[in-house]
Structures are given as structure tokens and as C-alpha cells.
Design a protein around this ligand. Structure first.
Ligand code: GUN
Length: 295
């Protein structure tokens, strides 16, 4: 039986830590940390994510503002909103919910955010800092995965980690973090993706397997070495035979769990960690420090 790594429980602890950090900050500065969220269009999943993020902020005492723009908003309007927030000292963190409507260039928008307020860690300056090991904002999901391993007593140092997925949001930054010569890193990392031939050849050698490909239940017992730690980043809504739907990860939990030494569930695994790390990053933005300096 695998140890079930509960993101819900670890994230709750992190929220409590942030809440106490916020109280100290408020005592010193006489104001709350502030996070502004921009939602363009009416993607229902994005709407839900943004609401969750605002609720999390309220719970720990971070002031959040959700700015909604219609799907017809121009790129110039989006950039103007970011400029206003960049210049506003009460706005410590800025988050533009992705995906953006197709007529808006995501790269241009993300580059427009002040890197010191870029709590998502998506600005090229922060992505570059992560690559070369300088302090900067680390994207919330990879930061959450590393934190989750750390707080579960799993040290990746010297281990072989296979990351399945190469997105800018998860796979690439996570591979960089785990390979870095620092606490929580020092792993030997293999990055697998849709162009990898014989995926199982690589994943079967992994001491820690991270599934972040966005393909429902693609990792089965055929991919997992007995005793491996399995981290499931996937959040996929799938249709069921009865016409309903459910959320599954990228890991086929029922077949993998008996093999693994530890595994994260979906839901209740990496998802809550991502949300908690946004609060941590917002606190760092307010304090003007960076996550990677704190370790
Ligand atoms: N869309 C999916 N994941 C994310 C995320 O982590 N941040 C933002 N801003 N948008 C997303």
C-alpha cells in the first residue's frame, strides 16, 4: 500500500503559515498584501480557478481584486490594465489567468508584467533566473511539487526523476528545479514528452515519476518501477458512461497505487499545493523577497 501524499493537508499547513506571515506584515506595514487577478473572457474553468484563488487570499488575509474583461477585449486594453497595476504600490502580485483569447498574444502580455510582481513566475526574466539558479519567482505548480516532496520527507537528491511533460508552466520549470544544485534538487532528471519513443523505458527507471502531460490516466502500472514515488499533476475532466463526468489525473491511480511507495491523489494532491504556493509567492512579492532565497 502506497503512502497517500495529501496535498490538502500540506496546503492547509502552508496557508496557516502564510496567514501568520500576513499578520506580521500587516502589523509592520499597516496594510495587507495585495494580489490582482485578470480574467479575460468567460472560460468556465478559468472562472472557477480565479474564484478559488480569490477565496484562498481572503482566508489568509491577502486583499485580492478580480478584474474581468470581455472576450472581445483588445490586447491594448489588457496591457493598459497591467500597466496600471505595475504602477500601483498596493498591488504586490499580478496574475493573468491563462489561456487568453486567441487574438491576444500570451507572450507579449506576460512580458508586460513587472517581474517583481510576477507571482506566476511566467515572465521570461523569472523563467531565465530559474534556469541559471538566480532568486526569482518560481511557477506555483512546480514550486508546489518540490514543497510537497520536501514536506513528505522525500529527498530527490541523487535520485532519478522522470518528468512526463514539457510545458512552460510545469514540465520545464520543474525539471530545472529538481536538477538544480540546491536543497530540494540535485536529482538526475529525464524530461519525457510526446516525442519520446518508448516512454516506459525511461519512466521504469524513475525513483520519482511526475506525470504532467495533460493526458487522462496515461501512466499505468506498465510505466512505474515498484517502490517509486508518483506525483500526478494532471487535472482532466472526463465523461463517464452514465453521462456524468469526473476529474482524473494523468496517472491510472487504481493500477499504479499498489506498486508505488507514495502517490498523490487527484483531486486533493498537487492542485491544492499550486493554490497554496500562489499565496506564498504573493507574500514574497509583498516583502520583496523571492521564494528561492528562502531555502
Ligand atoms: N492556467 C492554467 N494554469 C495556470 C496557472 O498556474 N496560472 C495562470 N495564470 N493561468 C493558468
Amino acid at each position: 500500500m502506497a503512502q497517500i501524499i495529501s496535498g490538502n493537508i500540506i496546503a492547509r499547513t502552508i496557508r496557516q503559515e502564510v496567514q501568520s506571515d500576513v499578520a506580521t506584515y500587516r502589523k509592520g506595514k499597516g496594510r495587507n498584501p495585495g494580489l490582482n487577478l485578470l480574467l479575460v473572457g468567460d472560460n468556465p474553468a478559468s472562472e472557477l480557478y480565479v474564484k478559488f484563488k480569490a477565496k484562498d487570499c481572503a482566508e489568509v488575509g491577502i486583499t485580492s481584486v478580480i478584474q474581468r474583461l470581455p472576450v472581445t477585449a483588445s490586447q491594448a486594453e489588457v496591457l493598459r490594465c497591467i500597466e496600471e497595476w505595475n504602477a500601483n504600490p498596493d498591488v504586490h502580485g499580478i496574475l493573468v489567468q491563462l489561456p487568453l483569447p486567441r487574438h491576444i498574444n500570451e507572450h507579449v502580455v506576460l512580458r508586460h508584467i513587472d517581474p517583481a510582481k510576477d507571482v506566476d513566475g511566467f515572465h521570461p526574466e523569472n523563467a531565465g533566473k530559474l534556469l541559471i539558479g538566480l532568486p526569482g519567482f518560481i511557477p506555483c505548480t512546480p514550486a508546489g511539487v518540490v514543497e510537497m516532496l520536501h514536506r513528505s520527507g522525500i529527498n530527490p537528491a541523487g535520485k532519478h526523476v522522470a518528468v512526463v511533460g514539457r510545458s512552460n508552466i510545469v514540465g520545464k520549470p520543474l525539471a530545472m528545479l529538481l536538477a538544480q544544485k540546491r536543497k530540494g534538487g540535485n536529482a538526475t532528471v529525464t524530461m519525457c514528452h510526446t516525442g519520446t519513443s518508448d516512454l516506459a523505458h525511461h519512466t521504469l527507471r524513475a525513483d520519482i515519476l511526475v506525470a504532467a502531460a495533460g493526458v487522462p490516466e496515461m501512466i499505468t502500472n506498465q510505466h512505474v518501477q515498484p517502490g517509486a514515488v508518483v506525483i500526478d499533476v494532471g487535472i482532466n475532466r472526463v465523461q463517464m458512461h452514465d453521462g456524468g463526468s469526473k476529474v482524473v489525473g494523468d496517472v491510472h491511480f487504481a493500477s499504479v497505487e499498489p506498486l508505488a511507495s507514495a502517490i498523490t491523489p487527484v483531486p486533493g494532491g498537487v492542485g491544492p499545493m499550486t493554490r497554496a504556493m500562489l499565496l506564498v509567492n504573493t507574500m514574497f512579492a509583498a516583502k520583496g523577497t523571492f521564494l528561492s532565497e528562502s531555502r
